[in-house]
Design a protein around this ligand. Structure first.
Ligand SMILES: [Zn+2]
Length: 97
């Protein structure tokens, strides 16, 4: 079983578990319908089939745009001042020793 298949199974299981919990707490299938789930890069939606049963529909062709991670600054370990370069950060409190 490859990673992707494994993740998909887990995601679907999570949704099914969630649906069970919601139904146990009294929510109807109509209320749960069209709830969408995002798990990593996967999107799933609850739908009702022709037999009026809930099922989990996987959305295909999802594009996820991620925000870029902020660049960690170079921080002096003594006083935690932030610098543009590692060298500057190292020199910051170097004279104190
Ligand atoms: Zn410093």
């Amino acid at each position: 079983m490859d990673m992707l298949t494994k993740q998909r199974t887990t995601a679907k299981e999570l949704v099914q578990k969630w649906v069970e919990q919601q139904k146990n707490s009294g929510r109807t299938e109509q209320e749960l319908r069209q709830t969408m789930f995002v798990y990593g890069d996967e999107v799933m939606e609850i739908d009702i089939n022709e037999h009026q049963e809930l099922h989990v529909k996987e959305k295909e062709d999802i594009i996820v745009f991620r925000k870029p991670e902020p660049e960690p600054g170079h921080i002096c370990r003594c006083c935690t001042m932030e610098y543009d370069t590692e060298k500057d950060a190292l020199q910051c409190c170097a004279y104190i020793d």
